[in-house]
Design a protein around this ligand. Sequence first.
Ligand SMILES: C[S@@+](CC[C@H](N)C(=O)[O-])C[C@H]1O[C@@H](n2cnc3c(N)ncnc32)[C@H](O)[C@@H]1O
Length: 302
Amino acid sequence: MAYFYFVLTNTDAEPLLKEEISLRYPELRLSYSRPGFLTFKGEKSLDFKPVFARLSGECQGKFKQSELNFPKCWVWKREESLNIPDELKRISDETIYKIGEKVTLVMMIGPDEFWVGNYELKRTHFQTPGEVSSIEEREVPSRAYYKLAEAFEAFDLPFDHQERVLELGSAPGGASLFLLEQDMIVLGVDPADMDKRVTKNINFKHIRRPFETIVADNFKEDVDWIISDINLPPTVVLKEVYRMLTFLNPRGLVLTLKMNQSKHLEVVASVREEFRRRGFKTVELKYLPSHRQEIALIVLRS
Ligand SMILES: C[S@@+](CC[C@H](N)C(=O)[O-])C[C@H]1O[C@@H](n2cnc3c(N)ncnc32)[C@H](O)[C@@H]1O
């Protein structure tokens, strides 16, 4: 018997996804695909949860429009220019799924091309058709604003007023701006310039240095969170973060790991164990809607 699986991902991440599938699910073969939509075929049922997928699940196959008679479904379209048929759009707009429920996702791939997939709705899903971002676009210093806002929403991160955040690789300041909007106190580490919207806020302090030079003496008080989005290999970032955890005791970390080489996949495989060993209970990886060749690592004490 053949089993089919689908993946929705951002086109920049497709090479990484294919590499991940060949390493973690060697029995699967790429079947039909279009940019941003991939299907895989295997001989047995699998717990299919690739990391470099915005969304993944079982694939029921290609359907004619006349066969799409679902009482409930969500409809996602692959390109903005596609027009979802009126009745399908109405059903999708009216459909609400609860956490734990099996979602029927109609994926509109071309003008008259529909594929159907299923997945179980998790708390960390965005609960939008196709896992697109629900964060409204606005004028911000960088894309990092959305990356952090999406992680905050998906994981319901327990950020609190006046908590202290150490932000590694803070320039130009998208993530700092988001943190300051949450009324947090930000220590931004980056040799590069910060956006004025960030520096004018009294809750922001700029430590204009490489993060490798940060030592215990830089801190009068401990920090509650470590956030990082540094454009260096994940091995380098994680080594420095583990070093900082010898003198800092945050209750959580949100790390964006750049994943532009397949060898970085091996690093990701070891992070759960490394953070659990250091006393963190929650260690999750999530490919967020605004990600390209990167992934969010969410680490919480509880
Ligand atoms: C993707 S950007 C960060 C975006 C930023 N978090 C924001 O919200 O706008 C990567 C940053 O890492 C910084 N960076 C690279 N190497 C660094 C190092 N060794 N120490 C500190 N920052 C570094 C760069 O200067 C750059 O500003």
